[in-house]
Design a protein around this ligand. Structure first.
Ligand SMILES: Nc1nc2c([nH]c(=O)n2[C@H]2C[C@H](O)[C@@H](COP(=O)(O)OP(=O)(O)OP(=O)(O)O)O2)c(=O)[nH]1
Ligand SMILES: [Mg+2]
Length: 148
């Protein structure tokens, strides 16, 4: 049987903001294992970026997404894995529908738990794509714009 060729996949990840804080969780996954990452996942057939972001946020944290807007996109090949992956990653910026919601951890096999971290005091190590996007320049770009 012919082997399937690997193809790029689309990821949608969210900077969920609350004031000067962003929602991060320590990953339990082969890509980015033990690093602090944003909530997000794979775009499913027919979904808009916002629908995907809201679905992944609910699945991973139990939180209901409020307004979201497009922030940036990266093209990333993860070659350091036994199974190389290629992702086009869409970054959205979002707020919660109700800022008083508390994040849950319904998928403890995928994440150690979610918490709010101040821009000025981000945990380490961050997921490689977040670092490569410019580290502290990312929050700077974000804070230059008003919240949605
Ligand atoms: N979740 C997340 N994914 C990221 C980040 N940065 C980044 O490049 N990605 C890329 C690599 C991930 O393998 C890819 C898809 O996200 P994921 O690995 O969390 O996917 P998932 O298992 O939750 O997806 P799914 O099967 O539930 O749809 O997006 C990030 O900060 N958070
Ligand atoms: Mg995920």
């Amino acid at each position: 049987m012919e082997e399937t060729q690997p193809v790029p996949r689309v990821g949608v990840v969210l900077f969920v903001l609350k004031g000067k804080s962003v929602l991060l969780g320590r990953r339990r996954a082969s890509i980015g294992e033990s690093t602090f990452a944003l909530p997000g996942g794979h775009l499913e057939f027919g979904e808009s970026f916002e629908e995907c972001g809201a679905r992944e946020l609910m699945e991973e944290t139990g939180l209901v997404m409020g307004k979201a807007d497009f922030l940036t996109v990266t093209n990333k090949v993860f070659l350091d894995k036994s199974k190389p992956c290629h992702y086009v990653i869409i970054f959205l910026r979002a707020v919660l529908a109700d800022p008083n919601q508390v994040p849950q951890n319904p998928e403890p096999d995928k994440c150690d738990g979610w918490d709010w971290y101040d821009w000025d005091n981000l945990p380490q190590p961050l997921f490689s794509t977040l670092d490569e996007m410019g580290g502290l320049a990312v929050p700077f770009n974000l804070t230059k714009r008003s919240e949605p």
